[in-house]
Design a protein. Structure first.
Length: 200
């Protein structure tokens, strides 16, 4: 796997490209978005983050003929029994803006106590060397925090403006990208990915 030079990211989320490309650069891997190859999104019919990551990676690899990395991530809130989870990106509809997603989440959480606002970001990634790869490489990461009642910060994407990290005393949207890329759920998953890819 360490001989990879080009990898399709099975996502049309440009924020993920911005986060992931610097993490893969040390291995000389060029990350290509499926949007740049005019590959449409595939329905996420899985019931878990891992299932959806595999579905996305297989679709992108099939359409591009290249190895593909599927990333399914989301926010799980303690007081919502793990919701929105795999439905995080679609919490306010398929075409909702980040601001609309945040508004929908905060509406769902209006009745929750401070303790119930504890949450974690989860990331599952699946690397498939081809569309029929029988043993995709699976890596995962989590990042704990809590959901605030209002947005703060301009960086990042998704729920970052309301996801507060106690250790940093700020929201993810207030963190520099370089720091986020060492702490986040996605960074933790990629660190595992890099270990596998750099192994002899």
């Amino acid at each position: 796997m360490h001989s990879l030079t080009r990898l399709v990211l099975a996502s049309r989320n440009e924020g993920k490209i911005v986060e992931l490309q610097p993490l893969l650069e040390p291995l000389g891997i060029e990350l290509i978005s499926q949007a740049s190859l005019d590959i449409e999104s595939v329905p996420e019919t899985g019931l878990t983050f891992i299932e959806n990551a595999i579905i996305k990676a297989r679709h992108a690899s099939l359409r591009s003929g290249l190895p593909a990395l599927g990333d399914d991530s989301g926010l799980s809130v303690a007081g919502l029994q793990g919701a929105p989870g795999i439905y995080s990106a679609r919490i306010a509809g398929e075409t909702a803006t980040d601001a609309e997603k945040i508004a929908a989440l905060l509406k769902m959480m209006e009745h929750l106590s401070e303790e119930q606002r504890h949450a974690h970001y989860h990331c599952s990634m699946a690397l498939m060397l081809s569309a029929d790869d029988p043993a995709p490489l699976i890596v995962e990461g989590q990042w704990s925090g809590r959901v605030l009642t209002r947005s703060s910060g301009e960086q990042g994407f998704g729920f970052d403006p309301v996801f507060y990290i106690p250790d940093q005393k700020c929201t993810v949207a207030q963190l520099p990208l370089t720091l986020k890329n060492t702490l986040s759920h996605r960074a933790k998953a990629v660190q595992q990915l890099l270990m596998h890819l750099s192994a002899p």
